[in-house]
Write a protein of this length. Structure first.
Length: 205
């Protein structure tokens, strides 16, 4: 069961928006009225395959993953979202259609979420947010293209090194199985790679 968390701070989200385009007092009040806090417990579904994604999520603390389970039962992680990251199934959210993906909590996670109707209302009341969310979607598209190109042209070690650069704060918060699933590698390979890089780092120090 989802739990409300009224005491969650809106400040990280306001600061995030301010860094993109400064907000007026009225616009900040709009954000406060339309984004709602929610606590998801570890392993709790945020979105389940077959359901419609009705919310856009901004992570205040904790971590979420978005993934697909194939016909063989293998898990393929598409995205992690930690503090100050966004996550949702855009196709399901904008198309109001059943999702082919799952999102769940890897840790107890607090989010600020906004519904599709409230987001459209936000655009109408303050057009600035239309521009802000367009930037968010463009950045998401760029990251997706970069990851696709990386999977095509990079070695396994290069993909792992890139993961360390993008998610340095997650290395000790994720299992090797989760990292391997995200990178398209086996947990055993990730373990060997991690050990080899660790030994190489020690030899240089």
């Amino acid at each position: 069961m989802k739990e409300n968390l009224p005491q969650a701070s809106i400040e990280p989200l306001l600061n995030y928006f301010d860094q993109l385009i400064p907000l007026s007092k009225e616009e900040k009040e709009l954000v406060t009225s339309k984004f709602h806090p929610r606590l998801y417990r570890k392993r709790q579904y945020v979105l389940q395959e077959g359901d419609i994604c009705t919310q856009f999520y901004f992570v205040l603390r904790g971590s979420l993953r978005m993934y697909k389970i194939d016909d063989q039962g293998s898990t393929h992680i598409l995205q992690f979202a930690t503090e100050n990251w966004w996550i949702n199934d855009l196709g399901s959210f904008h198309g109001v259609s059943p999702s082919a993906l799952n999102i769940d909590a890897l840790e107890d996670t607090v989010v600020l979420q906004i519904s599709r109707d409230d987001l459209i209302s936000l655009y109408k009341q303050a057009p600035k947010f239309d521009r802000i969310f367009r930037v968010l979607l463009e950045n998401s598209f760029v990251r997706l293209l970069e990851r696709l190109l990386q999977n095509i042209s990079s070695t396994a070690e290069e993909r792992y090194q890139s993961f360390l650069e993008v998610y340095p704060h997650l290395i000790n918060r994720l299992s090797q199985i989760q990292i391997a699933s995200f990178l398209g590698l086996t947990p055993e390979f990730v373990s060997r790679l991690r050990n080899r890089l660790s030994k190489a780092a020690k030899s240089k120090s």
